[in-house]
Design a protein around this ligand. Structure first.
Ligand code: NAP
Length: 316
């Protein structure tokens, strides 16, 4: 009989396909339904997505739980300390999505500064024959500040170098091996750059890291790009900053309450909105699904998992 896995939330079809045939996937289901499910006591693995919530109650309904395999690099929806207290391993899918997320960050920078959605609408609406579009802002050469200089932050920096952008960053720690300028605080970084790009994890430690004060420091010619998590930005403060031109514009892939961006964002002309598509290409999602499934395969083969989250990396 195939092992039974619990899906925390609806799984990406590529992840489901990678599990098909080898496992029986049940769920998602309410805690009440899970509490009375016939297979509850034998489920050892929860399969989850990057935005899935895996709270203690879900874990505690599964006495045999040993692994939570997240298809995504961010795992702020998983209560990792609780998983560890239950002796369960948490895995994620780092690296395979670096290129896509970094590409999207650059795409958002180009779109907001060169006003590409407005340019496209200008042509479609037949306005071109009546005159020229207003001039835009040059991206090449603008100073870039990256908040989070990890795997994806470094991929963004590599791309931005080709655009002649001087690069500075903040992170939990200085990285003296990198040829970029370190600032200890987001506010200080924001005051020194033209484009502030966020690529940290979500969760309590980065909650509302970008607030009204940071936006004020970024200033009226500054742009904010968020490809990290919606929780990193105080969205109400951002709406105010955009509508009163405290900052010039923003490119946002993530929002505080997905899939519902703040209603006022939808009416603003100086913001580009994308529906959390940082890693949303065929090849990358396939690689993420394969890696998430590989971690499960390794667990059942009694082998070390491929990509544990850092908090679990010294556990077997
Ligand atoms: P990573 O390699 O772990 O890098 C995270 C970076 O954030 C590190 O430089 C880290 O600092 C910094 N950081 C963490 N907590 C911080 C804090 N409290 N204050 C300041 N800096 C902090 O992760 P990654 O693979 O680059 O992914 C980063 C994040 O991108 C993910 O966690 C996820 O939230 C987001 N993401 C979004 C999408 C999307 O679709 N938009 C897709 C993938 C990932 P240190 O280097 O000093 O530890």
């Amino acid at each position: 009989m195939n092992p039974v896995l619990l899906a925390a939330t609806p799984l990406n079809p590529l992840y489901l396909a990678a599990l098909e045939g080898r496992y029986t996937v049940i769920g998602p289901m309410s805690h009440e339904m899970l509490a009375v499910h016939a297979d509850r006591e034998c489920i050892e693995v929860i399969a989850a997505g990057g935005e899935s919530k895996v709270p203690p109650a879900m874990m505690d309904a599964l006495p045999a739980l040993k692994l939570i395999s997240v298809m995504g690099v961010g795992y702020d929806g998983v209560d990792v300390p609780h998983a560890i207290s239950r002796s369960a391993m948490v895995t994620h899918t780092p690296n395979v999505l670096n290129d896509d997320v970094a590409d999207l960050a650059l795409a958002l920078m180009l779109n907001i500064t060169r006003r590409l959605p407005q340019a496209d609408a200008f042509v479609r609406q037949g306005l071109w024959a009546k005159g020229s579009m207003p001039l835009a802002t040059k991206l090449s050469g603008l100073r870039l500040g990256i908040v989070g200089m990890g795997r994806i932050g470094q991929a963004i920096a590599t791309r931005a170098l080709a655009f002649g952008m001087p690069i500075a960053y903040t992170a939990r720690s200085n990285k003296p091996d990198l040829p970029y300028t370190f600032f200890a605080s987001v506010k200080e970084l924001a005051s020194q750059v033209d484009v502030l790009t966020l690529i940290t994890p979500g969760g309590a430690s980065t909650h509302h890291m970008v607030n009204a004060e940071v936006l004020q420091a970024l200033g009226p010619t500054g742009y904010l790009i968020n490809v990290a998590r919606g929780s990193v930005v105080d969205e109400v403060a951002l709406v105010h900053a955009l509508s009163t031109h405290v900052i010039a514009g923003a490119g946002l892939d993530v929002f505080e309450h997905e899939p519902y961006p703040h209603a006022q964002l939808l009416a603003l002309d100086n913001v580009i909105l994308t529906p959390h598509v940082g890693s949303a290409t065929d090849s990358t999602r396939q690689a993420m699904a394969d890696l998430a499934a590989l971690n499960i395969e390794r667990y059942f083969a009694n082998e070390p998992v491929e990509t544990p989250v850092p908090e679990c990396s010294n556990r077997k």
